[in-house]
Design a protein around this ligand. Structure first.
Ligand code: ZN
Length: 145
């Protein structure tokens, strides 16, 4: 895809997801993972409910810039129904992608793949990875319970 077309698609998707984020809210009874990104002021609170090894439902709340909100929204879309191991692989793929690494498997990220352009804006990388790191923490914690 031409870079200019990719850029406008990226901008449109970020705007859409940050304006009406998917899976915004709180799952009752699930313990929240709280993370913040002090360099930008983004705050996320993530709740996840597991069905055995599978992510049954996920919701986020908090306050962040458009990139952090859009990324959280895309992350929730990408990981519902995935096993913990699959979700952790997506976290790794996403974080490598926004650092500029290319991998065929990045298409597994769904719409979040379009955030690859963040790699050109190093100061926004932490905005984009916040929700994914929160998910990683929620999964790690669920394994030690
Ligand atoms: Zn931010």
């Amino acid at each position: 895809m031409a870079l200019s077309k990719l850029n406008s698609l990226y901008m449109a998707l970020v705007a859409e997801h940050s304006k009406s984020p998917h899976h915004k809210g709180v799952i009752e009874g699930a313990e929240a993972v709280l993370l913040n990104n002090p360099t930008c002021g983004d705050v996320i609170s993530l709740t996840v409910s597991f069905d055995g090894d599978v992510i049954k439902d996920i919701a986020f709340s908090g306050d962040g810039c458009s990139i952090s909100t859009a990324s959280a929204s895309m992350m929730t879309d990408a990981v519902i129904g995935k096993s913990k191991a699959e979700a952790l692989e997506l976290v790794a793929l996403f974080s490598e992608m926004v650092q500029g690494k290319e991998d065929q498997k990045q298409e597994l990220l769904g719409e979040a793949e379009l955030l690859a352009g963040v790699s050109k804006f190093p100061q926004r990388i932490k905005c984009s990875t916040l929700a994914w790191h929160a998910l990683e923490k929620a999964i790690e914690r669920s394994d030690t319970e």
